[in-house]
Design a protein around this ligand. Structure first.
Ligand SMILES: [Zn+2]
Length: 388
């Protein structure tokens, strides 16, 4: 038996934001960050909500890779204003924070690290959740997971509960229009990593597979266009949809070692999420191919790669991922991220421990032991291949 969880309503296409005019309630709390607040995004969202007769409150203190402290602060704010809707407006950080704030708002006795699939949260007694992504990649709007940083322990808490999936997702192509190319690349490659890792995961299933393949095809087709030409509305809209499709897919499967290693690197060296996970994508395919050859070959063929054998298809897939990275100007190694060898070596044990304990590691098609995890990091430092 396998239970799948989907967001209840997904609104797509031009004018999607107008859906907010139909929202019924008294008060809404928008959870966002200062950058989004400065743009006119909050205003646009608020105007529709006001038209619907709702009072709007804003918590704009979410930082990139949100911390437990911010979640607690946001929950205190929510308790004071008693919203019946929460809106996560922004990138993955804002939506992840909104989910965790919602849990603590409804359950004052639960701590952030107490969010897990076995805990009965009893959400939706006080409020429901709308997610409005403004970037195209994290898929946080579509998953029942939230990643919160424990700053003191320098680790990312990979928290999940089937209850925290959004009631409504709004994918308005207006938002990604203003994304700069660097952000388009970083977030788009995060979505690609979700789709590929989700497709080969030990938890993959017929539903997640179909969505993953569609997302992968869309990303290979539209991401280079969205990156090269900020005015390409079609490519940006397709990427916005693809990110959520990938989110629904890996949300019902599981990410793999690229995410385990990316979370570890991001928590210690504070590198944006998309860039860290993508850094490990090609080598995670190389490492895992032995156990998931056929599935990686499916991915290769789905994007038009021709090959006589599965092995050849997978080799060409790895090359296609590397080519895409180069085309989008992504760093090819940890070193290229500007992390010195000395700093890397000093923290290598911590990097390995965190990745080895990540929930994403265990559902990877090939589960690396601590030694292999260390080798994978060393490989990623300079991009010099090692034998596993
Ligand atoms: Zn991700």
């Amino acid at each position: 038996m396998w239970e799948l969880t989907f967001p209840r309503t997904v609104v797509i296409g031009e004018g999607a934001l107008e859906y907010l005019k139909e929202v019924e309630g008294k008060r809404v709390l928008i959870v966002t960050d200062k950058v989004i607040h400065k743009l006119d995004f909050v205003e646009k969202v608020s105007n529709y909500l006001k038209e619907a007769g709702l009072e709007v409150k804003v918590f704009d203190e979410v930082e990139p890779e949100p911390s437990m402290e911010t979640v607690v602060k946001g929950a205190e704010f929510a308790k004071k204003c008693s919203p019946d809707w929460l809106i996560g407006l922004g990138g993955g950080s804002c939506m992840d924070a909104a989910k965790a704030i919602w849990v603590l708002y409804e359950n004052p006795d639960i701590t952030v690290d107490g969010i897990n699939p076995l805990e009965k949260l009893g959400l939706r007694k006080k409020a429901r959740l709308i997610c409005i992504p403004t970037t195209s990649g994290t898929g946080s709007d579509a998953t029942w997971a939230t990643v919160i940083t424990d700053v003191k322990e320098e680790r990312k808490l990979e928290l999940s509960s089937r209850e925290i999936v959004a009631d409504i997702i709004i994918l308005d192509p207006e938002f990604p229009k203003s994304m700069p190319p660097r952000l388009v690349a970083d977030t788009g490659l995060d979505a690609l990593t979700h789709a590929i890792e989700g497709y080969v995961s030990q938890w993959s299933n017929d539903f997640s597979d179909g969505l993953a393949i569609k997302a992968i095809q869309m990303i290979f087709k539209y991401l280079p266009r969205a990156y090269r030409n900020p005015e390409d509305k079609e490519a940006k809209e397709k990427m916005h949809n693809a990110a959520t499709i990938a989110g629904i897919s890996f949300g019902n499967s599981q990410a793999g070692i690229a995410h385990a290693m990316g979370h570890s690197l991001g928590a210690i060296f504070h590198v944006p999420h998309g860039r860290t996970v993508d850094l490990f994508l090609a080598q995670s395919i190389e490492y895992s191919a032995r156990e998931a050859m056929e599935k990686y070959a499916d991915v290769a063929r789905a994007i038009g790669i021709e090959a006589k054998t599965d092995e050849e298809a997978v080799e060409k897939l790895i090359e296609a991922v590397r080519r895409l990275d180069r085309e989008l100007g992504e760093p090819a190694s940890i070193k290229e991220l500007g992390i010195s060898r000395e700093d890397f070596e000093k923290r290598l044990d911590d990097l390995v421990t965190r990745a080895a304990n990540s929930s994403c590691t265990f559902m990877n098609p090939r589960v690396p032991d601590v030694d292999d995890t260390r080798k994978l990091f060393i490989y990623a430092y300079e991009g010099k291949k090692v034998n596993f």
